[in-house]
Design a protein around this ligand. Structure first.
Ligand SMILES: Nc1nc2c(ncn2[C@@H]2O[C@H](COP(=O)(O)OP(=O)(O)OP(=O)(O)O)[C@@H](O)[C@H]2O)c(=O)[nH]1
Ligand SMILES: [Mg+2]
Length: 266
């Protein structure tokens, strides 16, 4: 699979990030703890160049804690649940330490930090958590933030929220499935049935307990049966089953699952 796509708003975001770079002291590259490797956008590393960049993994509450620990063992990265207000101080300390370590000059003005990442990872949620108010629009689908927005975090820090951006060519089939399963690619880009079948295969191999409630039946048909996905005529509705399976994966109802292997192993 070679998905060639780069919607106009992502090309615009690429320009916007490049132009904003000179205004900021550092960059938070936000990725998803369920795909700590595949959700890091290589295009963003290219764009941000040697600007001090810190990697933060959001959605740690949905990820396999064992794999997250393995992943963090190298150090330098923070994994958090942005649903938990208690991580606010930990995040602020992480950001301050990173900026102070990487910047020789301390300006009289507040720190300026830009938050970048693929769609739907939690960029706006992170900013709202730090600001202590809902300044940035948040939503459980990709493409919520449409333009850049400066938000005051405190007297010492301002943050720039940016729209999510992917890279122009999704070459690796399994990366595309992972991004789609985690809700970072709109459901229209990849057929939902294909994504759900891939997820079933992955879970069957790596997290069989997540599928236990569907019984020993076969694939999506078993999911449709157990979840009552039946069309008007009474036959099993596999599209609906695919949708329900993905919904349950994304919300954590299937358990805490990480789709990437150990660091460096996809
Ligand atoms: N469980 C869980 N959900 C989270 C976490 N962080 C964000 N979310 C949810 O993820 C969804 C996307 O969050 P946003 O903050 O809108 O993501 P974004 O990166 O700004 O997305 P775009 O603006 O579309 O690029 C929302 O439903 C959030 O509530 C987290 O740490 N854990
Ligand atoms: Mg956003």
């Amino acid at each position: 699979m070679d998905i060639h796509w780069f919607p106009g708003h992502m090309a615009k975001t690429r320009r916007l990030i490049s132009e904003s770079l000179k205004l900021v002291d550092g960059v938070i590259h936000l990725a998803d703890a369920r795909l700590p490797e595949s959700s890091q956008n290589p295009l963003l590393y290219e764009l941000t160049g040697n600007k001090p960049t810190m990697l933060v993994l959001a959605k740690a509450d949905l990820a396999d804690p064992h794999k997250t620990r393995q992943w963090l063992a190298k150090g330098g990265t923070l994994a958090v649940s942005l649903r938990d207000n208690k991580v606010k101080q930990e995040l602020l300390d992480f950001i301050h330490t990173n900026l102070e370590r990487n910047l020789r000059k301390r300006f009289a003005r507040p720190w300026r930090v830009m938050v970048v990442g693929i769609p739907n990872v939690g960029k706006s949620t992170l900013i709202n958590l730090l600001a202590g108010r809902r300044s940035a629009k948040v939503g459980d689908r990709p493409g919520i933030t449409r333009t850049r927005q400066w938000i005051k975090i405190s007297a010492e820090m301002e943050m720039l929220d940016t729209p999510g951006i992917l890279w122009p060519k999704l070459e690796d089939k399994s990366v595309s499935y992972k991004l789609a399963a985690a809700g970072c690619i709109r459901d229209e880009i990849l057929p939902i049935m294909e994504v759900a079948k891939w997820l079933l295969g992955f879970l069957g191999e790596q997290y069989p307990q997540a599928l236990a409630r569907f019984g020993k039946g076969d694939g999506l048909a078993a999911v449709a049966e157990k979840m009552g996905a039946v069309s008007k005529g009474g036959s099993l509705d596999l599209d609906k089953a695919a949708e329900l399976l993905l919904r349950d994966f994304r919300s954590g109802r299937l358990g805490r699952i990480t789709l990437d292997g150990e660091q460096g192993v996809k």
